[in-house]
Ligand binder design. Sequence first.
Ligand code: SDX
Length: 428
Amino acid sequence: MSSDADHPQTARLVFGDKEIELPIIVGTEGEIGIDISKLRARTGAVTFDPGFANTAACKSEITFLNGEEGILRYAGYPIEELAEKSTFLEIAWLLFYQELPTKDQLREFRDEIRYHTMLHEDLKRFYSALPKAGHPMAICAATVGALSTFYQDVKFDDPAEQRRAAAIRLIAKFPTIASYSFKHSIGQPFMYPRNDLEYTENILHLMFSNPCEEYVPDPVVAKALDLLLILHADHEQNCSTSTVRTVGSSHANLFASVQAGISALWGPLHGGANQKVIEMLMAIKEGNRSAKEFMALAKDKNSGVRLMGFGHRVYKNYDPRARILKKACDDVLKKMGTDNPLLEIAMELEEIALRDEYFIERKLYPNVDFYSGIIYQAIGIPVDMFTVFFAMGRLPGWISQWLEFHRDPLSRINRPRQIYTGPKLRHY
Ligand code: SDX
Protein backbone atom coordinates (compact mmCIF):
# COMPACT_ATOMS: atom_id res chain seq x y z
CA MET A 1 0.00 0.00 0.00
CA SER A 2 1.57 3.37 -0.95
CA SER A 3 1.84 5.81 1.96
CA ASP A 4 -0.44 8.86 2.05
CA ALA A 5 2.61 11.02 1.46
CA ASP A 6 3.00 9.50 -2.03
CA HIS A 7 -0.24 10.95 -3.37
CA PRO A 8 -2.70 13.77 -2.69
CA GLN A 9 -5.73 12.94 -0.53
CA THR A 10 -8.16 14.59 -2.91
CA ALA A 11 -8.29 15.99 -6.45
CA ARG A 12 -9.48 19.57 -6.87
CA LEU A 13 -11.53 20.40 -9.94
CA VAL A 14 -12.06 23.99 -10.92
CA PHE A 15 -15.06 24.17 -13.23
CA GLY A 16 -16.41 27.59 -14.17
CA ASP A 17 -17.28 29.35 -10.94
CA LYS A 18 -17.26 26.01 -9.08
CA GLU A 19 -14.35 24.39 -7.31
CA ILE A 20 -14.94 20.86 -6.01
CA GLU A 21 -12.80 18.31 -4.24
CA LEU A 22 -12.98 14.71 -5.42
CA PRO A 23 -11.98 11.78 -3.19
CA ILE A 24 -8.95 9.64 -4.12
CA ILE A 25 -9.03 5.81 -4.05
CA VAL A 26 -5.68 4.00 -3.80
CA GLY A 27 -5.29 0.30 -4.66
CA THR A 28 -3.04 -2.21 -2.88
CA GLU A 29 -0.43 -1.78 -5.65
CA GLY A 30 -0.57 2.02 -5.49
CA GLU A 31 -2.94 2.61 -8.41
CA ILE A 32 -4.70 5.92 -7.88
CA GLY A 33 -8.35 6.53 -8.82
CA ILE A 34 -10.21 9.83 -8.72
CA ASP A 35 -13.72 9.01 -7.48
CA ILE A 36 -16.12 10.88 -9.81
CA SER A 37 -19.29 9.08 -8.63
CA LYS A 38 -20.73 12.44 -7.46
CA LEU A 39 -19.33 14.55 -10.34
CA ARG A 40 -22.55 15.08 -12.32
CA ALA A 41 -24.58 15.81 -9.19
CA ARG A 42 -22.05 18.47 -8.17
CA THR A 43 -21.08 19.98 -11.52
CA GLY A 44 -23.72 18.90 -14.05
CA ALA A 45 -20.88 17.53 -16.17
CA VAL A 46 -19.92 13.94 -17.04
CA THR A 47 -16.49 12.67 -18.08
CA PHE A 48 -15.75 11.70 -21.70
CA ASP A 49 -13.50 8.64 -22.18
CA PRO A 50 -14.10 6.66 -25.42
CA GLY A 51 -12.94 3.06 -24.95
CA PHE A 52 -12.72 3.64 -21.18
CA ALA A 53 -8.90 3.82 -21.40
CA ASN A 54 -8.83 6.11 -18.33
CA THR A 55 -11.82 4.73 -16.45
CA ALA A 56 -11.91 2.12 -13.68
CA ALA A 57 -15.33 0.45 -13.71
CA CYS A 58 -14.84 -1.34 -10.39
CA LYS A 59 -12.49 -2.35 -7.61
CA SER A 60 -11.30 -5.95 -7.90
CA GLU A 61 -9.23 -8.35 -5.81
CA ILE A 62 -8.74 -10.94 -8.55
CA THR A 63 -6.04 -9.96 -11.10
CA PHE A 64 -3.39 -7.26 -11.12
CA LEU A 65 -1.72 -5.92 -14.26
CA ASN A 66 1.08 -3.41 -14.51
CA GLY A 67 1.24 -2.56 -18.22
CA GLU A 68 4.35 -0.39 -17.97
CA GLU A 69 6.38 -3.15 -16.32
CA GLY A 70 4.66 -6.13 -17.97
CA ILE A 71 3.41 -7.63 -14.70
CA LEU A 72 0.46 -10.06 -14.43
CA ARG A 73 -0.58 -11.68 -11.11
CA TYR A 74 -3.63 -13.76 -10.17
CA ALA A 75 -4.53 -12.91 -6.54
CA GLY A 76 -0.94 -11.75 -5.98
CA TYR A 77 0.80 -14.80 -7.50
CA PRO A 78 3.07 -13.95 -10.50
CA ILE A 79 1.90 -15.57 -13.75
CA GLU A 80 5.43 -16.93 -14.30
CA GLU A 81 5.26 -19.00 -11.07
CA LEU A 82 1.71 -20.18 -11.69
CA ALA A 83 2.56 -21.17 -15.27
CA GLU A 84 5.43 -23.28 -14.00
CA LYS A 85 3.90 -24.84 -10.89
CA SER A 86 0.09 -24.74 -10.97
CA THR A 87 -2.70 -26.46 -12.91
CA PHE A 88 -5.70 -24.94 -14.64
CA LEU A 89 -8.29 -26.16 -12.14
CA GLU A 90 -6.15 -24.92 -9.24
CA ILE A 91 -6.07 -21.53 -10.98
CA ALA A 92 -9.86 -21.64 -11.42
CA TRP A 93 -10.23 -22.12 -7.65
CA LEU A 94 -7.67 -19.33 -7.00
CA LEU A 95 -9.64 -16.91 -9.19
CA PHE A 96 -12.97 -17.89 -7.58
CA TYR A 97 -11.74 -17.59 -3.98
CA GLN A 98 -8.51 -15.50 -4.23
CA GLU A 99 -6.71 -18.22 -2.23
CA LEU A 100 -5.00 -21.42 -3.41
CA PRO A 101 -7.02 -24.55 -2.54
CA THR A 102 -5.83 -27.15 -0.05
CA LYS A 103 -5.18 -30.60 -1.52
CA ASP A 104 -8.60 -31.77 -0.24
CA GLN A 105 -10.40 -28.70 -1.60
CA LEU A 106 -8.79 -29.19 -5.01
CA ARG A 107 -9.64 -32.89 -5.07
CA GLU A 108 -13.30 -32.18 -4.19
CA PHE A 109 -13.42 -29.35 -6.76
CA ARG A 110 -12.00 -31.62 -9.47
CA ASP A 111 -14.54 -34.34 -8.62
CA GLU A 112 -17.46 -31.89 -8.52
CA ILE A 113 -16.50 -30.75 -12.03
CA ARG A 114 -15.82 -34.30 -13.20
CA TYR A 115 -19.46 -35.31 -12.55
CA HIS A 116 -21.00 -32.38 -14.44
CA THR A 117 -19.26 -32.67 -17.83
CA MET A 118 -22.12 -34.30 -19.76
CA LEU A 119 -24.68 -32.28 -21.74
CA HIS A 120 -28.41 -32.98 -21.66
CA GLU A 121 -29.10 -35.31 -24.60
CA ASP A 122 -31.64 -32.83 -26.01
CA LEU A 123 -28.95 -30.12 -26.16
CA LYS A 124 -26.86 -32.29 -28.51
CA ARG A 125 -29.59 -32.05 -31.13
CA PHE A 126 -29.11 -28.27 -31.08
CA TYR A 127 -25.93 -28.64 -33.17
CA SER A 128 -27.67 -30.48 -36.04
CA ALA A 129 -29.71 -27.33 -36.71
CA LEU A 130 -26.49 -25.35 -37.37
CA PRO A 131 -24.39 -25.41 -40.56
CA LYS A 132 -21.24 -27.56 -40.36
CA ALA A 133 -19.23 -24.60 -41.65
CA GLY A 134 -20.59 -22.30 -38.94
CA HIS A 135 -17.78 -20.65 -36.94
CA PRO A 136 -17.36 -22.57 -33.65
CA MET A 137 -17.41 -19.29 -31.66
CA ALA A 138 -20.95 -18.62 -32.91
CA ILE A 139 -21.94 -22.22 -32.11
CA CYS A 140 -20.39 -22.11 -28.61
CA ALA A 141 -22.01 -18.75 -27.79
CA ALA A 142 -25.41 -20.06 -28.88
CA THR A 143 -25.01 -23.32 -26.96
CA VAL A 144 -23.84 -21.64 -23.73
CA GLY A 145 -26.85 -19.33 -23.96
CA ALA A 146 -29.11 -22.34 -24.48
CA LEU A 147 -27.67 -24.04 -21.36
CA SER A 148 -29.78 -21.75 -19.16
CA THR A 149 -32.96 -23.30 -20.63
CA PHE A 150 -32.01 -26.61 -18.98
CA TYR A 151 -31.59 -25.12 -15.50
CA GLN A 152 -34.25 -22.43 -15.23
CA ASP A 153 -36.26 -24.41 -12.69
CA VAL A 154 -33.23 -25.20 -10.53
CA LYS A 155 -33.73 -22.90 -7.57
CA PHE A 156 -31.54 -22.66 -4.47
CA ASP A 157 -32.63 -20.85 -1.31
CA ASP A 158 -29.31 -19.00 -1.35
CA PRO A 159 -28.68 -17.10 -4.63
CA ALA A 160 -24.94 -17.52 -4.00
CA GLU A 161 -25.45 -21.32 -4.09
CA GLN A 162 -27.42 -20.93 -7.33
CA ARG A 163 -24.59 -18.92 -8.84
CA ARG A 164 -21.95 -21.41 -7.66
CA ALA A 165 -23.87 -24.33 -9.18
CA ALA A 166 -24.02 -22.49 -12.53
CA ALA A 167 -20.29 -21.79 -12.31
CA ILE A 168 -19.44 -25.46 -11.76
CA ARG A 169 -21.73 -26.54 -14.62
CA LEU A 170 -20.15 -24.01 -16.99
CA ILE A 171 -16.54 -24.93 -16.20
CA ALA A 172 -17.47 -28.63 -16.48
CA LYS A 173 -19.53 -28.47 -19.66
CA PHE A 174 -17.70 -25.91 -21.79
CA PRO A 175 -15.04 -28.37 -23.04
CA THR A 176 -17.86 -30.75 -24.05
CA ILE A 177 -19.74 -27.91 -25.80
CA ALA A 178 -16.53 -26.78 -27.55
CA SER A 179 -15.54 -30.26 -28.72
CA TYR A 180 -19.05 -30.86 -30.10
CA SER A 181 -18.76 -27.71 -32.24
CA PHE A 182 -15.55 -29.22 -33.69
CA LYS A 183 -16.97 -32.75 -34.14
CA HIS A 184 -20.08 -31.26 -35.79
CA SER A 185 -17.87 -29.40 -38.29
CA ILE A 186 -16.02 -32.58 -39.35
CA GLY A 187 -19.06 -34.87 -39.36
CA GLN A 188 -17.75 -37.09 -36.57
CA PRO A 189 -19.93 -38.43 -33.73
CA PHE A 190 -19.82 -36.58 -30.40
CA MET A 191 -17.71 -38.30 -27.75
CA TYR A 192 -18.90 -38.63 -24.16
CA PRO A 193 -16.59 -37.11 -21.54
CA ARG A 194 -14.74 -39.72 -19.43
CA ASN A 195 -14.81 -39.58 -15.62
CA ASP A 196 -11.49 -41.42 -15.33
CA LEU A 197 -9.59 -38.59 -17.07
CA GLU A 198 -8.39 -35.33 -15.53
CA TYR A 199 -9.85 -32.08 -16.91
CA THR A 200 -7.25 -31.26 -19.58
CA GLU A 201 -6.84 -34.89 -20.69
CA ASN A 202 -10.64 -35.05 -21.04
CA ILE A 203 -10.56 -32.05 -23.38
CA LEU A 204 -8.08 -33.85 -25.65
CA HIS A 205 -10.17 -37.04 -25.49
CA LEU A 206 -13.34 -35.10 -26.41
CA MET A 207 -11.56 -33.42 -29.33
CA PHE A 208 -9.53 -36.26 -30.79
CA SER A 209 -11.06 -39.63 -29.80
CA ASN A 210 -13.63 -41.26 -32.04
CA PRO A 211 -15.77 -44.40 -31.60
CA CYS A 212 -13.21 -46.46 -33.52
CA GLU A 213 -10.13 -45.25 -31.70
CA GLU A 214 -9.47 -43.82 -28.26
CA TYR A 215 -7.06 -40.85 -28.29
CA VAL A 216 -4.39 -41.44 -25.66
CA PRO A 217 -3.34 -38.00 -24.35
CA ASP A 218 0.42 -37.42 -24.61
CA PRO A 219 1.55 -35.88 -21.26
CA VAL A 220 3.55 -33.23 -23.17
CA VAL A 221 0.44 -32.20 -25.09
CA ALA A 222 -1.74 -32.21 -21.98
CA LYS A 223 0.81 -30.04 -20.12
CA ALA A 224 1.04 -27.62 -23.07
CA LEU A 225 -2.75 -27.27 -23.18
CA ASP A 226 -2.91 -26.79 -19.41
CA LEU A 227 -0.32 -24.00 -19.74
CA LEU A 228 -2.36 -22.28 -22.47
CA LEU A 229 -5.50 -22.46 -20.30
CA ILE A 230 -3.62 -21.04 -17.28
CA LEU A 231 -2.20 -18.12 -19.28
CA HIS A 232 -5.64 -17.17 -20.62
CA ALA A 233 -7.52 -17.61 -17.32
CA ASP A 234 -8.06 -13.94 -16.40
CA HIS A 235 -6.91 -10.48 -17.41
CA GLU A 236 -8.82 -7.93 -15.27
CA GLN A 237 -11.31 -5.67 -17.11
CA ASN A 238 -10.63 -6.56 -20.79
CA CYS A 239 -13.39 -6.18 -23.37
CA SER A 240 -15.03 -9.59 -22.89
CA THR A 241 -14.78 -9.54 -19.07
CA SER A 242 -16.31 -6.06 -18.92
CA THR A 243 -19.06 -7.43 -21.18
CA VAL A 244 -19.72 -10.35 -18.81
CA ARG A 245 -19.87 -7.92 -15.86
CA THR A 246 -22.18 -5.54 -17.74
CA VAL A 247 -24.66 -8.25 -18.77
CA GLY A 248 -24.50 -9.65 -15.20
CA SER A 249 -25.15 -6.16 -13.81
CA SER A 250 -28.76 -6.38 -15.09
CA HIS A 251 -29.00 -9.62 -13.04
CA ALA A 252 -29.11 -11.76 -16.17
CA ASN A 253 -28.00 -15.30 -15.37
CA LEU A 254 -24.39 -16.52 -15.65
CA PHE A 255 -24.97 -18.47 -18.88
CA ALA A 256 -26.42 -15.40 -20.63
CA SER A 257 -23.56 -13.23 -19.30
CA VAL A 258 -20.86 -15.64 -20.49
CA GLN A 259 -22.61 -16.04 -23.85
CA ALA A 260 -22.11 -12.28 -24.32
CA GLY A 261 -18.47 -12.60 -23.22
CA ILE A 262 -17.82 -15.29 -25.84
CA SER A 263 -19.27 -13.00 -28.50
CA ALA A 264 -17.09 -10.06 -27.41
CA LEU A 265 -13.99 -12.27 -27.33
CA TRP A 266 -14.61 -13.40 -30.93
CA GLY A 267 -13.71 -9.96 -32.34
CA PRO A 268 -10.34 -9.89 -34.20
CA LEU A 269 -9.14 -6.98 -32.04
CA HIS A 270 -9.59 -9.19 -28.95
CA GLY A 271 -9.45 -12.98 -28.67
CA GLY A 272 -10.13 -13.48 -32.39
CA ALA A 273 -6.59 -12.17 -32.97
CA ASN A 274 -5.06 -15.60 -32.28
CA GLN A 275 -6.74 -17.02 -35.39
CA LYS A 276 -5.75 -13.92 -37.41
CA VAL A 277 -2.11 -14.28 -36.34
CA ILE A 278 -1.81 -17.79 -37.79
CA GLU A 279 -3.65 -16.74 -40.97
CA MET A 280 -1.20 -13.80 -41.26
CA LEU A 281 1.83 -16.09 -40.76
CA MET A 282 0.45 -18.61 -43.27
CA ALA A 283 -0.09 -15.84 -45.85
CA ILE A 284 3.55 -14.81 -45.43
CA LYS A 285 4.72 -18.46 -45.59
CA GLU A 286 2.75 -19.07 -48.78
CA GLY A 287 4.64 -16.15 -50.30
CA ASN A 288 1.70 -13.88 -50.74
CA ARG A 289 3.78 -11.28 -48.94
CA SER A 290 7.27 -11.16 -47.42
CA ALA A 291 7.61 -10.30 -43.73
CA LYS A 292 9.13 -6.94 -44.72
CA GLU A 293 6.25 -6.13 -47.10
CA PHE A 294 3.79 -7.10 -44.42
CA MET A 295 5.43 -4.83 -41.86
CA ALA A 296 5.29 -1.92 -44.29
CA LEU A 297 1.54 -2.49 -44.70
CA ALA A 298 1.04 -2.82 -40.93
CA LYS A 299 2.57 0.65 -40.50
CA ASP A 300 0.44 2.19 -43.23
CA LYS A 301 -2.79 3.50 -41.69
CA ASN A 302 -4.61 3.30 -45.01
CA SER A 303 -3.77 -0.35 -45.61
CA GLY A 304 -6.31 -1.60 -43.06
CA VAL A 305 -3.62 -4.17 -42.17
CA ARG A 306 -2.47 -4.62 -38.56
CA LEU A 307 0.31 -6.78 -37.18
CA MET A 308 -2.10 -9.15 -35.42
CA GLY A 309 -0.89 -10.36 -32.04
CA PHE A 310 0.93 -7.06 -31.46
CA GLY A 311 -0.10 -4.13 -29.30
CA HIS A 312 -2.22 -3.93 -26.17
CA ARG A 313 -4.39 -1.39 -24.39
CA VAL A 314 -2.63 -2.00 -21.08
CA TYR A 315 0.78 -3.58 -21.81
CA LYS A 316 3.22 -0.95 -23.05
CA ASN A 317 5.90 -3.54 -22.50
CA TYR A 318 6.26 -7.20 -23.46
CA ASP A 319 3.11 -9.14 -22.47
CA PRO A 320 4.46 -11.60 -19.84
CA ARG A 321 2.21 -14.31 -21.31
CA ALA A 322 3.79 -13.85 -24.75
CA ARG A 323 7.24 -14.25 -23.21
CA ILE A 324 6.20 -17.54 -21.56
CA LEU A 325 4.48 -18.78 -24.72
CA LYS A 326 7.45 -17.92 -26.97
CA LYS A 327 9.68 -20.13 -24.79
CA ALA A 328 7.00 -22.84 -24.58
CA CYS A 329 6.76 -22.96 -28.40
CA ASP A 330 10.36 -24.11 -28.57
CA ASP A 331 9.95 -26.63 -25.71
CA VAL A 332 6.72 -28.17 -27.02
CA LEU A 333 7.92 -28.44 -30.65
CA LYS A 334 11.21 -30.00 -29.49
CA LYS A 335 9.47 -32.49 -27.15
CA MET A 336 7.04 -33.42 -29.91
CA GLY A 337 9.86 -33.75 -32.41
CA THR A 338 8.13 -31.41 -34.82
CA ASP A 339 8.97 -27.96 -36.07
CA ASN A 340 6.67 -25.24 -37.36
CA PRO A 341 7.99 -22.83 -40.03
CA LEU A 342 5.41 -20.31 -38.81
CA LEU A 343 7.44 -19.95 -35.59
CA GLU A 344 10.45 -18.73 -37.53
CA ILE A 345 8.27 -16.25 -39.43
CA ALA A 346 6.72 -15.02 -36.13
CA MET A 347 10.18 -14.52 -34.63
CA GLU A 348 11.33 -12.68 -37.78
CA LEU A 349 8.33 -10.34 -37.55
CA GLU A 350 9.02 -9.73 -33.87
CA GLU A 351 12.69 -9.04 -34.65
CA ILE A 352 11.73 -6.45 -37.31
CA ALA A 353 8.99 -4.83 -35.19
CA LEU A 354 11.05 -4.45 -32.02
CA ARG A 355 13.68 -2.53 -34.00
CA ASP A 356 11.22 -0.38 -35.92
CA GLU A 357 10.51 3.20 -34.80
CA TYR A 358 6.77 2.90 -35.60
CA PHE A 359 6.37 0.05 -33.09
CA ILE A 360 8.87 1.41 -30.58
CA GLU A 361 7.27 4.85 -30.28
CA ARG A 362 3.80 3.32 -29.97
CA LYS A 363 5.09 0.77 -27.45
CA LEU A 364 3.71 -2.14 -29.48
CA TYR A 365 4.94 -5.55 -28.28
CA PRO A 366 3.78 -9.14 -28.86
CA ASN A 367 0.64 -9.95 -26.84
CA VAL A 368 -0.77 -13.29 -25.69
CA ASP A 369 -2.13 -14.03 -29.17
CA PHE A 370 1.16 -13.74 -31.05
CA TYR A 371 2.65 -17.14 -30.17
CA SER A 372 -0.32 -19.08 -28.77
CA GLY A 373 -1.43 -20.34 -32.19
CA ILE A 374 1.91 -22.09 -32.76
CA ILE A 375 1.22 -24.29 -29.72
CA TYR A 376 -2.46 -24.83 -30.52
CA GLN A 377 -1.32 -26.05 -33.96
CA ALA A 378 1.31 -28.35 -32.42
CA ILE A 379 -1.45 -29.87 -30.24
CA GLY A 380 -3.62 -30.41 -33.32
CA ILE A 381 -6.26 -27.76 -32.60
CA PRO A 382 -7.72 -26.48 -35.91
CA VAL A 383 -7.25 -22.74 -36.56
CA ASP A 384 -10.94 -21.83 -36.32
CA MET A 385 -11.02 -23.40 -32.84
CA PHE A 386 -8.19 -21.20 -31.46
CA THR A 387 -10.52 -18.52 -30.07
CA VAL A 388 -12.80 -21.22 -28.61
CA PHE A 389 -9.75 -22.44 -26.64
CA PHE A 390 -9.05 -18.86 -25.58
CA ALA A 391 -12.64 -18.77 -24.25
CA MET A 392 -12.12 -22.15 -22.50
CA GLY A 393 -9.15 -20.66 -20.67
CA ARG A 394 -10.90 -17.35 -19.89
CA LEU A 395 -13.99 -19.03 -18.45
CA PRO A 396 -12.84 -19.02 -14.78
CA GLY A 397 -11.84 -15.38 -15.16
CA TRP A 398 -15.21 -14.36 -16.57
CA ILE A 399 -17.03 -16.34 -13.88
CA SER A 400 -14.88 -15.06 -10.97
CA GLN A 401 -15.31 -11.45 -12.10
CA TRP A 402 -19.08 -11.99 -12.48
CA LEU A 403 -19.28 -13.53 -8.99
CA GLU A 404 -17.20 -10.64 -7.59
CA PHE A 405 -19.59 -8.15 -9.16
CA HIS A 406 -22.48 -9.80 -7.30
CA ARG A 407 -20.58 -9.70 -4.00
CA ASP A 408 -19.60 -6.03 -4.37
CA PRO A 409 -21.88 -3.73 -2.28
CA LEU A 410 -21.06 -0.87 -4.68
CA SER A 411 -22.38 -2.83 -7.68
CA ARG A 412 -25.30 -1.37 -9.62
CA ILE A 413 -26.50 -1.80 -13.19
CA ASN A 414 -23.84 -0.61 -15.67
CA ARG A 415 -25.27 2.32 -17.58
CA PRO A 416 -22.73 4.86 -18.96
CA ARG A 417 -23.83 8.39 -20.00
CA GLN A 418 -23.16 10.06 -23.38
CA ILE A 419 -22.60 13.49 -24.90
CA TYR A 420 -25.45 14.07 -27.36
CA THR A 421 -24.30 15.68 -30.61
CA GLY A 422 -27.40 15.05 -32.75
CA PRO A 423 -30.02 17.51 -34.09
CA LYS A 424 -31.65 19.97 -31.70
CA LEU A 425 -35.44 20.05 -31.12
CA ARG A 426 -37.39 20.10 -34.39
CA HIS A 427 -41.02 19.30 -35.30
CA TYR A 428 -42.37 16.61 -37.59
C1 SDX B 1 -6.29 -9.47 -26.33
O1 SDX B 1 -7.46 -6.10 -22.93
C2 SDX B 1 -6.93 -7.26 -22.74
O2 SDX B 1 -6.45 -7.55 -21.67
C3 SDX B 1 -7.04 -8.21 -23.92
C4 SDX B 1 -6.27 -9.52 -23.79
C5 SDX B 1 -6.88 -10.42 -22.72
O3 SDX B 1 -6.14 -11.28 -22.21
O4 SDX B 1 -8.12 -10.32 -22.48
O5 SDX B 1 -4.92 -9.27 -23.51
C6 SDX B 1 -6.37 -10.33 -25.10
O6 SDX B 1 -7.29 -9.06 -26.83
C7 SDX B 1 -4.92 -9.10 -26.86
C8 SDX B 1 -5.00 -8.12 -28.09
C9 SDX B 1 -5.26 -8.95 -29.35
N1 SDX B 1 -5.50 -8.07 -30.50
C10 SDX B 1 -4.59 -7.94 -31.48
O7 SDX B 1 -3.49 -8.48 -31.47
C11 SDX B 1 -5.06 -7.08 -32.65
C12 SDX B 1 -3.95 -6.11 -33.04
N2 SDX B 1 -3.78 -5.11 -31.97
C13 SDX B 1 -4.52 -3.92 -32.06
O8 SDX B 1 -5.63 -3.85 -32.84
C14 SDX B 1 -4.47 -3.02 -30.83
O9 SDX B 1 -3.16 -2.99 -30.41
C15 SDX B 1 -5.35 -3.37 -29.64
C16 SDX B 1 -6.78 -3.54 -30.06
C17 SDX B 1 -4.88 -4.60 -28.97
C18 SDX B 1 -5.28 -2.21 -28.65
O10 SDX B 1 -5.92 -1.12 -29.22
P1 SDX B 1 -5.86 0.35 -28.56
O11 SDX B 1 -5.36 0.30 -27.17
O12 SDX B 1 -7.17 1.01 -28.83
O13 SDX B 1 -4.69 1.04 -29.38
P2 SDX B 1 -4.89 1.81 -30.75
O14 SDX B 1 -5.67 0.98 -31.72
O15 SDX B 1 -5.37 3.18 -30.43
O16 SDX B 1 -3.38 1.86 -31.27
C19 SDX B 1 -2.49 2.89 -30.86
C20 SDX B 1 -1.61 3.14 -32.08
C21 SDX B 1 -2.41 3.47 -33.36
O17 SDX B 1 -1.55 4.23 -34.19
P3 SDX B 1 -1.73 5.88 -34.18
O18 SDX B 1 -3.17 6.17 -34.50
O19 SDX B 1 -1.33 6.31 -32.78
O20 SDX B 1 -0.76 6.35 -35.25
O21 SDX B 1 -0.86 1.94 -32.40
C22 SDX B 1 -1.25 1.48 -33.69
C23 SDX B 1 -2.58 2.12 -34.01
O22 SDX B 1 -2.74 2.23 -35.43
N3 SDX B 1 -1.38 0.01 -33.54
C24 SDX B 1 -0.95 -0.87 -34.44
C25 SDX B 1 -1.23 -2.12 -33.86
N4 SDX B 1 -1.80 -1.96 -32.66
C26 SDX B 1 -1.90 -0.63 -32.48
N5 SDX B 1 -0.38 -0.73 -35.66
C27 SDX B 1 -0.07 -1.88 -36.31
N6 SDX B 1 -0.28 -3.13 -35.82
C28 SDX B 1 -0.86 -3.29 -34.60
N7 SDX B 1 -1.07 -4.50 -34.12
